[in-house]
Design a binder for this molecule. Structure first.
Ligand SMILES: *Cc1c(COP(=O)(O)O)cnc(C)c1O
Length: 469
């Protein structure tokens, strides 16, 4: 494709995206294809000769679109949102158009300096202390892996990198049972091992039991182990529970542990002064992650990792072969702040989104989602045959259908069937969760286009479908 053709097709593709944005509600929320159905329509090998663009675009509509689950659909209330927005889409075009690989300052000074600045904007917007330094990672999983590796190297004074496994054979890591699976994964990748990962019980609210944390640390020390890190969660994935970071921070300090705080979804709500208290104690954390790609309109991918001591990252990750040596001193080379060498220019997305919406604009979007979730929860709570198992936490709540005369044992399968019927309908998409052993249905609100009428629709779909079971 030459540049004149790109210009023409690019305008056309923007129209295609804009049409999609306007009509996203006309699609079934969850893709309705069977496994293998899409791949059966794709050639086994790449074409030898280039194909006409019109045919490629036609296949996008014809083959790919039926296999899309519509994350930007206002009735997508599953998992956590992965909200995109027009400025984020435009930013992706700039990122791809420039095709910059921002591994270090010299390979695009603007990429590094813009990243530093917008991450600091975000830090201020969330009320994080000015001792935190931000870096964009691809995912919260990668951010948490950086935190685990940094904690490992701090606890072994760099001997982990130098000697390998035998240097960190005694390290232990702590979180609650409700922490995200990305922590488990990071513990494995870092070589700490499942058997040295303590998943501690939670209280009635789903928050880490701090007394159990301290007891486990003391036990492990007595057994000759070296507690290295605790991972606290703001907004657990299952029920949005919030760990008591202030108390965990005191325990972490007392015993010399690295405190990493995972706020992948809920971190966006720190933009709202009325929800700031959730982050009480954050200032003593060693690292913190939140995902603008979840609830802050940047779309996949953009994960904001903040660390108090950037040297800890560099001690963990910096390796300097001849070909990466550059002349400048006193510049940031973000290749040393994470796992990958090559880096996308994701800062443009944050820059466009923060400037285009403004902090006030983003705050009103978040408040709108919180209010919509609360309204739907209140309406369901007012129905005798529905029960709210987890009242709204930010824009998330959990309910279950509980009609008269049905035994506890039957309720689980009744709710499984309700969820399947709703998700199969294509009109709404929700997630299954277990709360205190009971199967329940989780509602998570957060789309760009979601309005009161969608909550109205959700209420009718859920109640009517349930009563027809
Ligand atoms: C979604 C989520 C993650 C994982 O985020 P990725 O960016 O997909 O890796 C981690 N922790 C929590 C609490 C989450 O909600």
């Amino acid at each position: 494709m030459d540049v004149p053709a790109f210009r023409k097709q690019g305008h056309r593709l923007i129209d295609w995206i804009a049409d999609y944005m306007e009509a996203v509600e006309n699609h079934p929320v969850r893709a309705r294809v069977r496994p293998g159905e899409i791949s059966a329509r794709l050639p086994q090998s790449a074409p030898e000769a280039g194909e006409p663009w019109d045919e490629i675009l036609a296949d996008l509509d014809d083959i790919i679109m039926p296999g899309i689950t519509h994350w930007q659909h206002p009735m997508f209330m599953a998992y956590f949102p992965s909200v995109s927005s027009p400025p984020a889409v435009l930013a992706e075009m700039v990122i791809a158009g420039l095709g910059v690989q921002g591994m270090m300052w010299e390979t695009s000074p603007a990429a590094t300096e813009l990243e530093t600045r917008v991450m600091d904007w975000l830090r201020q917007a969330m009320g994080l202390a000015d001792g935190f330094h931000g870096v964009i990672q691809d995912s919260a999983s990668s951010s948490t892996l950086c935190a685990v590796l940094s904690a490992r190297e701090r606890a072994t004074a760099g001997e982990g990198n130098a000697q390998g496994g035998k240097a960190f054979a005694n390290l232990t890591i702590y979180s609650s049972t409700e922490a995200h699976s990305s922590v488990d994964k990071a513990v494995r990748i870092a070589g700490i091992g499942d058997s040295h990962f303590r998943k501690l019980p939670v209280d009635g609210e789903g928050a880490l039991d701090c007394a159990a944390l301290e007891a486990a640390i003391i036990d492990d020390k007595a057994a000759g182990l070296v507690p290295a890190q605790v991972v606290a969660t703001l907004g657990t994935t299952g029920t949005g529970a919030v760990d008591d970071v202030a108390t965990i921070g005191v325990i972490a300090r007392r015993h010399g542990l690295w405190l990493h705080v995972d706020a992948a979804w809920a971190g966006s709500a720190l933009l709202l002064p009325e929800h700031r208290s959730m982050g009480r104690g954050l200032d003593v954390a060693d690292s913190f992650v939140m995902n603008p790609h979840k609830w802050l309109y940047t779309g996949m991918d953009c994960s904001a990792y903040f660390v108090r001591d950037p040297q800890a990252l560099q001690r963990t990750f910096a390796i300097l072969p001849e070909y990466l040596k550059t002349a400048q001193a006193d510049v940031i080379n973000y290749r040393d702040w994470g796992i990958a060498l090559g880096r996308r220019f994701r800062a443009v997305k944050l820059w466009f989104v923060l400037r285009s919406y403004g902090l006030d604009g983003l705050r009103s979007e978040l408040r709108r989602h919180v209010a919509l979730a609360r309204d739907l929860a209140q309406r369901l709570a007012a129905e005798d045959d529905f029960q709210i198992l987890v009242p709204p936490r930010l824009a998330l709540f959990v309910f279950r259908y509980r009609p008269e005369g049905v035994t506890e044992g039957e309720l689980d399968s009744l709710n499984e069937r309700l969820l399947a019927a709703l998700n199969d309908s294509g009109h709404i998409y929700l997630t299954r969760v277990r709360v205190d052993g009971r199967v329940a249905i989780r509602v998570s609100v957060g789309q760009t286009g979601v309005e009161a009428r969608h909550m109205e629709r959700a209420f009718h779909l859920i109640t009517e479908r349930a009563r027809r079971l």
